[in-house]
Design a protein around this ligand. Structure first.
Ligand SMILES: Nc1ncnc2c1ncn2[C@@H]1O[C@H](COP(=O)(O)OP(=O)(O)OP(=O)(O)O)[C@@H](O)[C@H]1O
Length: 257
């Protein structure tokens, strides 16, 4: 169970500031969706939390600054599935997903039956079992994306950062993935932070949403609080109507001009 705290995070690339004073807290087992228009800083925020871009401010897991953790400890604390990963394309799906188990291996660095079982289960759930021995290079875009997510899920880190995890996935595979993440959350108490452009899906799975605009927090709250037609018009320059599913979850429907 891991509680994530992001305090006053700021980050800049050479061209200028991309994140300014972003703060957020995600309770253990919570699910925070990061939304916002292109270029708002969503991916940079995840990379900063993962410790992959230089930033100011602090990221704490269960009150401990991540910057103080050793590499292996950090890999157990935080898992990250990037939007555009660098893939060792010669590896098979199984060997690649097994890399996710690295922070859990013993001194000899050999995987045990437990590690193989975790990998098998994740492959099965993400419909990758029949591709287990295929090289990553031979996979389709959506299959590759699922392999990247499988590796992050196999890591079983306390906090899971997912950058646009459903990009390139068909609706069924997208649902299977988010359902699996939800299960990990319920069973293991995994804390999830996910960026997503699909606002309807974000509303269905995330408990809370954080709307970023130009590197700042424009709104934070439950999906119903954040996803108002006014906010979407203002932040995305979009014409939308907000409908609701029978269980009350917002559905964002674009209106043709
Ligand atoms: N490596 C980099 N070097 C310079 N600028 C960068 C770099 N990465 C991102 N940026 C810039 O930082 C800003 C935020 O980018 P980021 O990828 O975090 O946005 P995003 O909200 O994830 O966008 P999208 O929805 O398009 O994926 C953008 O203006 C982008 O051009």
């Amino acid at each position: 169970m891991s509680r994530l705290e992001v305090r006053e995070l700021s980050a800049s690339y050479r061209r200028g500031t991309v994140l300014s004073g972003v703060s957020a807290t995600v309770d253990a087992g919570g699910w925070l969706g990061i939304i916002g228009p292109n270029g708002a800083g969503k991916s940079t925020l995840l990379k900063a939390i993962a410790g992959l871009v230089r930033h100011e401010g602090a990221v704490l897991v269960d009150g401990r600054p991540l910057a103080e953790l050793r590499r292996r400890e950090r890999a157990r604390a935080i898992g990250y599935a990037p939007q555009i990963p660098q893939l060792p394309i010669g590896l098979t799906v199984t060997d690649y997903v097994l890399l996710g188990r690295t922070p859990h291996l013993g001194l000899l660095g050999r995987e045990g039956p437990g590690d193989l079982e975790v990998v098998r289960t994740v492959l099965d759930r993400l419909d990758l079992a029949r591709l287990a021995e295929r090289a990553l290079a031979t996979l389709s875009g959506g299959e590759r994306q699922r392999a990247v997510l499988a590796r992050a899920l196999a890591q079983r880190a306390g906090v899971l950062l997912l950058d646009e995890p459903t990009t390139g996935l068909d609706v069924g595979h997208a649902q299977a993935l988010l359902d699996l993440v939800d299960e990990l959350r319920r069973e293991l108490g995994t804390t999830v932070v996910m960026t997503l452009h699909d606002l309807t899906l974000a509303a269905q799975y995330a408990e809370r949403l954080l709307l970023l605009d130009s590197g700042r927090v424009a709104a934070e709250g439950t999906p119903a609080e954040v996803l108002t037609p006014e906010a979407l018009e203002q932040r995305y320059t979009a014409r939308v109507t907000v409908l609701h599913t029978p269980d009350g979850s917002p559905v964002i429907a674009p209106i043709r001009g």
